[in-house]
Design a protein around this ligand. Structure first.
Ligand SMILES: Nc1ncnc2c1ncn2[C@@H]1O[C@H](COP(=O)(O)OP(=O)(O)O)[C@@H](O)[C@H]1O
Ligand SMILES: O=C(CO)[C@H](O)[C@H](O)COP(=O)(O)O
Length: 425
């Protein structure tokens, strides 16, 4: 049995695992869907259980040959843990906007246009956590991917500079800026490393529990949308990946760094280039609230993508938007609803496609490399009708990546470690 490498993607609706060999060929893949009605109080337990279940679902032979593991999670999903690495409060998910008052406080601390100036930023959430009674028990602040990796390597308090961008870490200077270090929560900030960095070997008892090699390397991960970009294996400035999952996330590879908080635009570092874009709260989760995946498939085939609807929706599950409008109070717009479900779905698909097109147009206007190709990842990538609607509105070539799963991108991180990030020149 050849050596294998494991990528694990923690998304909104579930967690996925992709196992590859040294030639980057997929050996095995599996997924666990989350119960969308589960109590947020138990989220960390759901994640920990899913992590260990995903690994033990891998057949024994290739599992005992896993040389390295990398995990990506949803960006700015945040939690605080005690000295035993146990969460002291339920995690705050990526789109949780209860820290809005802290984001406003940060306006007098952070530079204008900074990515932390959002109700859903990690730093706003950390400041919110610091006002809760349980904070006195907190020893570590981590993101979802950081904490899950620490359950394997046993060293809490380490993050990567993709997950820590929204915590205020500066990926260009590779340090926290002075205005973050001056905050009263400085003692709980994670150490930050480059994605792909070797964090440590798996803990001995965990290796035995999961039948993993005792020298299995745990590698610093990234965020779900960046893992999806890595999975596409495109490295040309102007190429973009739209993650069309529960949410809509745009990632455009650019020679220029674009920061514009009023639009929810920020840039992640990728080698010597920048992944600029933003993450909207619109996306598949809104569609799934109206239609099952089977209904979605059937109704989509009845839609003529060449025809424009006169339905102008802003599909959201609840008030609040991050990009291309950074407004925690933006109201959903889903009326009028036609009697015909096909017409309603057509309006939803087209309205989300309009938001995507608006996002790419804004990025180009603000100086990012001109988009020349859009690859698609996520559940929506498998909808040819939606692809045709998007291509009409974007006026750019839209294709599906050979590998659309973010977990494949994390597996590439596991096998290539820091060389993968350094390859983007
Ligand atoms: N054929 C399809 N057309 C449009 N959307 C789809 C399709 N299949 C799945 N989806 C949507 O994809 C979303 C799930 O995206 P996925 O990338 O699998 O996970 P997540 O974003 O939750 O991590 C769901 O909201 C679902 O509605
Ligand atoms: O919306 C999300 C949930 O899937 C994304 O995780 C997130 O917002 C994308 O952020 P980033 O640009 O930091 O990867």
């Amino acid at each position: 049995m050849a050596d294998t490498y494991l990528g694990i993607d923690f998304g909104t609706s579930g967690a996925r695992a992709v196992l590859i060999d040294a030639n980057q060929t997929i050996v095995y893949e599996t997924r666990i869907d989350f119960d969308q009605h589960s109590d947020d109080q138990n989220l960390a337990t759901v994640w920990q259980t899913a992590l260990f279940d995903l690994i033990t679902q891998i057949p024994f032979a290739p599992r005992t040959k896993i040389r390295a593991i990398a995990i990506n999670g949803t960006s700015a999903t945040s939690l605080i843990c005690n000295a035993l690495n146990q969460p002291v409060l339920p995690p705050l998910l990526y789109n949780d906007a209860r820290a809005q008052s802290k984001a406003i406080e940060l306006q007098s601390i952070a530079p204008p246009d900074h990515v932390v100036l959002s109700a859903s930023s990690s730093l706003a959430k950390l400041l919110w956590f610091s006002k809760q009674p349980e904070f006195k028990k907190a020893r570590y602040f981590m993101h979802q991917a950081d904490w899950l990796a620490s359950l394997l390597h046993g060293k809490p308090g380490i993050s990567d500079y993709h997950n820590s961008l929204k915590l205020g870490f500066d990926p260009a200077e590779l340090r926290y800026p002075y205005w973050v270090l001056a905050l009263p929560v400085v003692h709980i900030l994670p150490k930050v490393v480059q994605p792909g960095t070797f964090l440590g070997r798996i803990q001995e008892k965990t290796a035995e529990q999961l039948s993993l090699p005792s020298d299995c390397r745990i590698i610093a991960g990234t965020t779900d949308s960046i893992a999806a970009f890595l999975a596409s294996e495109t490295n040309q400035p102007g190429h973009a990946v739209t993650s069309l999952g529960s949410t809509l996330v745009l990632k455009l590879l650019s020679r220029t760094r674009v920061e514009a908080a009023q639009y929810g635009i920020y840039s992640h570092r990728l080698g010597d280039l920048w992944l600029t874009g933003g993450a909207s709260n619109t996306g598949g989760a809104v569609i799934r609230s109206f239609f099952s995946d089977d209904q979605l498939q059937t109704l989509s085939t009845n839609i003529n993508p060449a025809v424009a609807t006169n339905l102008d929706y802003y599909p959201l599950l609840k008030p609040g938007e991050r990009f291309p409008v950074n407004d925690p109070l933006l109201q959903p717009r889903l009326l009028p609803r036609p009697d015909d479900d096909t017409a309603f779905l057509h309006g939803l698909l087209e309205s989300i496609a309009k938001i995507e097109a608006q996002g790419y147009q804004l990025l180009e206007q603000l100086g990012a490399s001109k988009p020349s190709l859009v690859l698609t990842a996520g559940g929506g990538a498998h909808n040819p009708t939606w692809t045709a609607i998007r291509e009409r509105l974007l006026d750019i070539d839209v294709r599906i990546s050979e590998h659309t799963e973010a977990a494949y991108g994390s597996a590439l991180l596991a096998v290539n470690e820091q060389n993968l990030i350094a390859s983007y020149q």
